[in-house]
Design a binder for this molecule. Structure first.
Ligand code: GUN
Length: 282
């Protein structure tokens, strides 16, 4: 049976060390990291997520501001808000919750965020730095996956890593971070031929395709490390992209859903905000 990689436990550990850092900086400089989250409209999933972020940030002693603006807001309204936080030196991280209403020009908004405060790691400047192997603000979900490898002493050098999915939020940055860590990386997607066969070459398999139970035992080599980034609702239950009951018998390590990658995303948002804060005071 696979070792279960516990995202709740790892999150608590990282959040605990962030909280200690906050106390240190508060004492030494009377300054704390600050994050501004902008939520447009009342999408239920986004609202839950934003509330969880705020609670986690406040618990660790961060300054946290949430701007809730109406669904009918314009691109210009949102640009003005981003500019306000770009200029605010008590705010070190800015996150515009996605998805945005369709009348808003998402790219213009994301690209207007000061790259030094881009704690989502979505700005092309940071994406570019990541791809040339520099240390910068990396997208939270794949960055959280990298923390699992660190925590469970999984050396990536020379390993075959297969990433299932090519989104800008997970698949592409995941592949960049694995490459930076010296893995041999293959990216698969909906058009990939012989998918199970390619996946069976993986020492490290990361599933981020958003299809419930898609990765069966036929995709997994014995002893592989399997990371499940999927969060799907199936018959009222949360399930990942990996058919867990089958795959846990084959894998050496596996992340569960829920309790695996999910809790790490908010933790890495806090981690990035700390990173941006520390850079701003140095
Ligand atoms: N919506 C769902 N996940 C995310 C995320 O990580 N960042 C942003 N900005 N929006 C999201």
């Amino acid at each position: 049976m696979a070792i279960v990689m516990d995202g709740k436990k790892l999150s608590e550990k990282i959040r605990g060390s962030l909280k200690e850092k906050v106390a240190f900086y508060k004492e030494k400089y009377d300054r704390v990291p600050g994050i501004a989250v902008i939520l447009v409209g009342n999408d239920p999933a986004s609202t839950v997520y934003v509330n969880m972020k705020e609670k986690a940030c406040l618990e660790a002693g961060y300054k946290s501001v949430v701007e809730r603006i109406p669904e009918s807001s314009s691109t210009e309204d949102l640009l003005r808000l981003v500019e306000k936080y770009n200029a605010d030196n008590t705010i070190h991280g800015i996150l515009v919750q996605l998805p945005l209403p369709k009348q808003i020009d998402e790219k213009r908004i994301l690209y207007s965020i000061d790259p030094a405060k881009d704690v989502d790691g979505f700005h092309p400047y940071n994406v570019g730095l990541m791809h040339i192997g520099e240390d910068t603000l990396f997208p939270c979900t794949p960055y959280g996956v990298m923390k699992f490898f660190e925590e469970y002493n999984i050396d990536l050098t020379g390993k075959n890593a297969v990433v299932l999915g090519r989104s800008n939020i997970v698949g592409k940055p995941m592949s960049a971070l694995l490459l930076k860590a010296n893995a041999t990386v293959t990216i698969c997607h909906s058009r990939t031929k012989n998918l199970p066969e390619v996946c069976r070459t993986a020492d490290i398999l990361v599933a981020a395709i958003g299809k419930p139970n898609f990765v069966t035992k036929d995709f997994v080599k014995e002893g592989a490390v399997v990371i499940d980034v999927g969060i799907n609702r199936l018959d009222g239950k949360l399930v990942g992209d990996v058919k867990y009951d089958e795959v846990e018998k084959l894998a050496s390590h596996i992340t569960p859903v829920p309790g695996g990658v999910g809790p790490m995303t908010i933790t890495m948002l806090m981690y990035n905000t700390m990173k941006a804060f520390e850079k701003s005071i140095k």
